[in-house]
Design a binder for this molecule. Structure first.
Ligand SMILES: Cc1ncc(C[n+]2csc(CCOP(=O)(O)OP(=O)(O)O)c2C)c(N)n1
Ligand SMILES: [Mg+2]
Length: 389
């Protein structure tokens, strides 16, 4: 964890010495005040250890659970893309290659914390208990997909870029005013960090010391805009400096590192230390969405270079090396993920569609007049049939 708050830099000189001693025996890549750009990493792309693992990762079952959740996410994404391609789902944003950001973040949260996802965080939502059927319903244009049976306190998918950043600050303010022991956690992309909403949310989170964590899934692209053209800041984590909040950079393809950094940020928030901005470095291996063709703005070679770093193979290498994760284990897990996703897809496909006027049901407690009129029009069309001039 790195603070880019200048007031704490001198403390770090002392802290750095202590930490250097503590990690003498471990090969460490954890972020460090003398090199704020270096991301926290525990497991390298080849599955080898980069640093001594945090306590939660010493238990094999915990790692297998993280692995299974990433695989379920990838299986879900594959099915969603297939459904869209065959005309049975709307536009969809795959999280291929970014599963560790979602799963690392969600696995660090407690049930009572509040997730505010963007549109590419199905992994986090599934981990929190949103069902794959609900996610299919959402992307199929059905409002019932946002009415989660599971995590009732979590926010729905946010399509407008960064508009959930102020919502996260607002949720955190409510937590603080009610003196609850909870944290709001928002996940958004690198493109989101250019929005005014983002800066305003960070600013107020700093001023009011709010219990909120902003996780940036820096997948290097905002549709066709590379991160190099997104900002002149050296890193996205540096954006925390102006808000006076803590920040960290993490290898976003290392699920253990993401979980560790988000966990530390949550602990700080619970301890009254306020907000943290975490930049998770990852890569969007898929098109932006199913209506994008990324080959128009980036080369296949550039994408191929990123594949060896992807998060699922990385953890599989580690599990294979350390705990004898076998081909049979892998096949059983794949079969389980497929079965769960297929069942959810079939449930979604056999769900009768909503009535057209359901579109008016979920945004307003009391409908404004123009929407009341429109709803009346739909009701009339249903009784007398469509109007033809
Ligand atoms: C306010 C707003 N402006 C524009 C868009 C169109 N749009 C959808 S995704 C996107 C890029 C987002 O990039 P990033 O924040 O990096 O997230 P990623 O898609 O990479 O996950 C844009 C411009 C939008 N959804 N909302
Ligand atoms: Mg992006």
């Amino acid at each position: 964890m790195t603070y880019v708050n200048t007031a704490t830099i001198c403390l770090y000189t002392i802290g750095a010495n202590i930490r250097a001693k503590a990690t003498e025996q471990a090969v460490t890549m954890r972020s460090h005040p003398d090199n704020a750009d270096l991301p926290t990493c525990f497991i390298r792309s080849d599955g080898q250890l980069a640093a001594r693992l945090p306590t939660f990762a010493n238990e094999n079952a915990a790692l297998v659970k993280l692995y299974g959740a990433m695989l379920l996410t990838r299986t879900f994404d594959e099915k969603a893309v297939a459904l869209q391609r065959t005309g049975r789902l709307g536009t969809f944003a795959s999280s291929l290659g970014q599963e560790a950001v979602s799963i690392g973040t969600a696995s660090a949260m407690r049930t009572e914390d509040i997730l505010l996802p963007s549109f590419r965080e199905q992994g986090a939502m599934l981990w929190r208990g949103v069902s794959p059927k609900e996610l299919f319903l959402y992307w199929g244009g059905d409002e019932r997909g946002s009415d989660f049976a599971g995590p009732r306190g979590d926010f729905p998918i946010c399509i407008p870029v960064a508009s959930h950043a102020p919502h996260a600050a607002g949720a955190a303010l409510a937590i603080k005013l009610r003196q609850e022991s909870r944290v709001a956690v928002a996940i958004m992309g690198d493109g989101a960090t250019s929005k005014g909403d983002f800066y305003e949310a960070l600013n107020i989170a700093g001023v009011w010391r709010l219990p909120v964590v902003f996780v940036i899934a820096n997948n290097q692209w905002a549709i066709s805009v590379p991160v190099s053209r997104q900002t002149a800041a050296r890193t996205l984590a540096h954006k925390a400096a102006a808000a006076g909040i803590a920040s960290a950079r993490v290898d976003g393809n290392d699920v253990i590192a993401v979980r560790a950094e988000v966990g530390e940020a949550i602990d700080r928030a619970l301890g009254g230390e306020g907000a943290t901005l975490i930049e998770a470095l990852t890569y969007r291996l898929s098109d932006h969405t199913t209506v994008d063709d990324a080959r128009r703005y980036r080369s296949d070679a550039a994408v191929s270079e990123q594949w060896p770093k992807e998060p699922i193979a990385r953890l599989r290498h580690y599990l294979t090396n350390t705990s004898g994760w076998s081909k049979a284990d892998e096949e059983a897990l794949i079969a389980d993920c497929r079965e769960r996703v297929e069942r959810a897809a079939n449930d979604y496909l056999s769900t009768p569609p909503l009535e057209p006027d359901a579109i008016f049901e979920h945004s307003f407690a009391a409908l404004p007049k123009d929407l009341l009129d429109q709803r009346g029009g739909i009701a009339m069309a249903k009784t007398i049939g469509p109007h033809h001039d």
